[in-house]
Design a protein around this ligand. Sequence first.
Ligand code: NDP
Length: 452
Amino acid sequence: MADREFDLFVIGAGSGGVRAARFSADRGARVAVAEERYLGGTCVNVGCVPKKLFVYASHFRDEMESATSGFGWSVPSASFDWPTLRDNKTREIERLNGIFDGLLRDAGVQHIDGRATIVDAHTVEVEGTRYSTENILVATGGWPTVPEIPGAEHAITSNEIFFLDELPRKAIIVGGGYIAAEFACILHGLGVEVTQLYRGPLFLRGFDDDVRSHLAEQLRSRGIDLRFDTNVTAIEKTESGISAKLTDGSTLDAGQILYATGRHPLSANLGLEDVGVELAPSGAIVVDEISRTTIPSIWAIGDVTDRINLTPVALHEGVCIAETLFNDNPLSPDHEDVPAAVFTQPPVGTVGLTETQARERYGEVEVYRSTFQALRQTLTGGWERTMMKLLVDKKSDRVVGLHMVGPEAGEIVQGFAVAIKAGSTKADFDATIGIHPTSAEEFVTMRTPVEG
Ligand code: NDP
C-alpha cells in the first residue's frame, strides 16, 4: 500500500456516506468525509425525518375529528400554527446535525467542510487542499428534478417546502410518486386545499395496482382533488401566488405549486468523467455488485447510484462497503424484498412483488385480498377502508408479496417483512395466531383466495 493519508475518503455525509465512514473507521481504517451542505443528507434535512414530523402534525386534525365525532371528547376550537411546527422541526433537525457530527468525531472520522472534487483515482480536493487516499466513496445523493416548462422557476420542491414562510391556502402538487402523494396528505391534513396532478392514468407507478387504486379512492374520499392524465404546461406568477396552465386547457390558481417529479443523481462536476468513472445516461454512477465503479479505487453508494433510493438501503450499502474494504469480506448489497412505506393518510406498506411481477415470475399465483373498516372507525362513522393483500406462489406456497393500505401500514409491514425475507409460506402465515383485535391479524387470517 502506498503511503497515503486516508484509507477511505467519503464524498457526501448523508445516510450512506456517514454509515460507510463510521463502520470503516470502526474496522480500523483512516477515514475522512467531506460535505458541502448539511450533515445527514436529504433524509435528515429535507426528507424522511422532517417529513415524518409533518406527517404526525397532519394527523391531529383527523384525530380530533374522530375524538369528537365518536369517542365523546369535546375539543375547544382547534387551530394550527405553521411557524411553530416549522421551527420546532428545524430545531430538531439541527440537533440531529449535531448528533451526526458527534458520531463522526467519536468514530475518529475526519470531517472536512466543503465541496470535494476527484482529481485522480487516489486524490480528492476540497477548497484547494488535496488529500491522498487509497479509496474514494461517492455518496452524494440526489436532487429534485423540475421539468423545463415556462415558469418552472415559480415552483418549489421538497427542498423548500420544509421552510415556507407561510402555508398557502391552496396548493398544487405535481407528480404521482412518494413525495407528491405524501405531501398531498400532509398539506391537506394541515388544512391546505390540495390538487394533485399526475400525468399518467393512475399514480404510484411500480406499486401493486390494488394499492394504487385503493389509495386513490381513499385520498379522494378525504377531499384531495386528485387528477390523473393531467399535467402542467406553464406556470405564471400572480399577485396571490401562481397560476398553472393544465394539459386539458384549464387553469388552476394556488398559493404554491410543489413539483415532486423525481430526483436525479448528484454526480455532475465531481470530476468523475475526467477520471474515467462511467455514468449512466441518467447521471447515475454505474457500479458492480459490490458498489465498485469502473475505476477500481472509486466506489459509490446510495441515491447517486440510483438503485433503490431509500435511506435504509443506503445504510446497508454503506455497511457492505466497510465490510468489503476493511474486513476482507466482499459483500454485495441485498436489494431483494426491500420493504417500503408511503406515508400518506392512510399510509401504504409493501414488501415483495406486486401481483403483476408475481405472475410474471411465478405464473400461478394465489391472491388473498381483504378490504375492511378498522374497529377504530366504527364509532366515528368513518369512511376509511383498510386494504390488505397477500400474493402466494402456488407451487412453493411461499408468500412473495404483501401489501397494505391502512393505519400503521409501515409499522405492520416492517414486521411481516422479516417473514417474507425468511421465505415464509402461506401455511406459516395460517399457523400464526392473530393478535385480537388488530388490523394486522388480517394478514394471518385470510383463508380464501380471491383469485388463483
Ligand atoms: P418518484 O420517482 O417516486 O416519482 C416521480 C413522479 O413524478 C412520478 O409519478 C413520475 O411519473 C412523475 N414525473 C416524472 N417526470 C415528470 C414530468 N416531466 N412531468 C410530470 N410528472 C413527472 O419520485 P419522488 O420525487 O416522489 O421521490 C424520489 C424518491 O425518493 C422515490 O423514488 C423514493 O425512492 C424516495 N422517497 C421515499 C420515500 C419513502 O420511503 N416514504 C418518501 C419520499 C421519497 P411517472 O410515474 O409517469 O414516471
